[in-house]
Design a protein around this ligand. Structure first.
Ligand code: ADP
Length: 507
């Protein structure tokens, strides 16, 4: 087993990986940018090394700097987390060249599945149904017009190199195609340095259901059930749960076996996720593979009683999968909320700044994966996710009740968060019935605008928390400190959050 692992990430996922290392008796080495000097992952690491300026390109996206630290610190392996370099085959290659084990798939498997069109080919060869559309990148606008005629409207233009909804445009009718083609192409070029696009039929109200797969180095591949990720805002996940309220044993097996075929066809090992859209008739269509640990992995951990990060580390160290497909059983129900520093009253723009007071909920069935602490200033340079709140219950109703109870106990003062949104969604009768699809939340938001903006905590609570925070600051410094003004010039906001999937104004 490895003695030391470098964690090439930040925030809650760096903390999550670090905890798995410590439980396994492995030393965890952190890297951090200038904005993260005082962050939780640095505090908890056994060693921590600065790798440059706040801007990701200068720090968390620098393969050279990260490999340099891994070498200097004598790390036997590197865990990439999710985001940043996690799906970059160049990092996996650089690790191999430096004699460091990359905790993830081979660079070749990443390449086979990394581009969405390449993955569609692999799926087709493995006999896995894909969303109808073009299998290859589209050469030019004229070719796009021809393809559109064949596929029909509404359709979706997608970036070959896509991720995070960038370079994606819904096209409702022919007249919109030209503009959408231009916008999606330039957005993709900006985001990925690759402006190539392809086209899919736009399914109007599907569910997003994904399968967790795991492979070892000896040809064993298993699936660990599904996650329902249909609760999305502008096509980005917000609440996830396992199992899905609509997946029965037969569909689970069909989707699971399809995912295993796909993983085998790509020569896949370690953790991966096959994403699907599922229509009202229970027909499923392959979307893409994420060749890394997912943000929402805790809901699978909760219902399988497995620790996916430890499993990743064991498999990377050459161990065999310690169980077979028939040993995988699901128990109870789990649900996760992604808690963001963002302002529901201002189109969910990021709301970085100082956390004056933080109270995390506890109690039966509750897990917090957070990357922040009270007094920490959430930087404006990165994804503003503060952490994830996960609830487990014996059944869906208990999981929801625990999550709702924990949300009521949750308290973040000093910055805006989306907690109030979750408190309201979890009381909605359609949500409670599991009657959701990928556009459900956008429609809900459009019809509940005034409700979402309502007070997330009572004013009394906020005033009390402010008083406590000011008093603490005063006793620490001998003078009262004014609450920091949240930064509103977040680069992350400008580059990512404003990029909306469909550029129509919200009603
Ligand atoms: P990205 O990798 O950019 O996040 P995905 O392909 O994973 O893009 O899709 C993200 C979300 O976009 C899906 O969960 C779904 O809500 C929506 N989506 C993607 N493709 C389609 C499609 N063909 N029809 C309808 N919705 C889609």
């Amino acid at each position: 087993m490895f003695r030391k692992i470098l964690i090439a990430n930040r925030g809650e996922i760096a903390v999550r990986v670090l905890r798995a290392c410590h439980e396994m008796g492995i030393e965890a080495v952190a890297v951090y940018s200038e904005a993260d000097r005082g962050s939780l992952h640095v505090q908890l690491a056994d060693e921590a090394y600065p790798i440059g300026a706040a801007e990701s390109r200068e720090s968390y996206l620098s393969i050279e700097k990260i490999i340099g630290v891994a070498r200097r610190a004598g790390c036997g392996a590197l865990h990439p987390g999710y985001g940043f370099l996690a799906e970059n085959p160049d990092l996996a290659r650089a690790c191999a060249e430096a004699g460091i084990v990359f905790i993830g798939p081979t660079p070749e498997a990443m390449e086979r599945l990394g581009s969405k069109t390449a993955a569609r080919h692999v799926a087709r060869e493995a006999g896995v149904p894909t969303v109808p559309g073009t299998l290859d990148p589209i050469a030019d606008e004229a070719a796009a017009r021809n393809a559109a005629q064949e596929i029909g409207f509404p359709l979706l233009l997608k970036a070959v190199a896509g991720g995070g909804g960038k370079g994606m445009r819904v096209v409702e009718r022919k007249a919109e195609l030209e503009g959408a083609w231009r916008n999606a192409g330039s957005e993709a070029l900006n985001a990925f340095g690759d402006g190539r696009l392809y086209m899919e039929k736009y399914l109007t109200s599907p569910r997003h259901i994904e399968i967790q797969v795991f492979g070892d180095n000896r040809g064993n591949v298993v699936y660990l059930g599904e996650r329902e990720c249909s609760l999305q805002r502008r096509h980005q996940k917000v609440i996830e749960e396992a199992p899905s309220p609509v997946v029965d044993a037969e569909l689970r097996r069909a989707m699971g076996e399809a995912s295993v075929r796909l993983a085998r066809a790509a020569g896949y090992r370690n953790a991966g996720t096959a994403e699907f859209l599922v229509d009202e008739d229970g027909k499923f269509y392959f979307l893409e593979v994420n060749t890394r640990l997912q943000v929402e992995h805790p809901v699978t951990e909760a219902v399988t009683s497995l620790d996916l990060v430890k499993l990743q580390i064991r498999i990377a160290a050459g161990e065999e999968l310690p169980f077979r497909q028939e040993d995988v059983t699901l128990r109870g129900h789990a649900m996760e909320c992604r808690i963001y520093a963002e302002d529901p009253e201002n189109q969910f723009f990021p709301s970085p700044g100082e956390i004056l007071s933080l109270r995390l909920p506890e109690g039966p069935g509750i897990r917090n994966d957070v990357g922040v602490v009270s007094g920490w200033t959430v930087p404006g340079d990165y994804d503003p996710m503060l952490g994830k709140l996960i609830a487990w219950g014996a059944d869906r109703a208990e999981a929801v009740a625990r999550l709702a109870r924990a949300l009521d106990e949750y308290w973040v003062v000093g910055i805006k968060t989306n907690l109030g949104l979750f408190r309201r969604v979890l009381r909605d009768s359609e949500f409670l019935a599991g009657a959701i699809h990928t556009r459900w939340l956008d429609q809900w938001l459009a019809s509940h605008e005034s409700l979402v903006a309502g007070p997330p905590e009572s004013e009394e609570q906020i005033v009390a928390a402010l008083a406590v925070a000011l008093w603490e600051a005063k006793s620490a410094n001998g003078a009262a400190a004014a609450p920091a003004t949240p930064r509103v010039d977040s680069r992350w906001k400008v580059e990512s959050r404003v990029d909306q999937l469909d550029n129509k104004p919200r009603r």
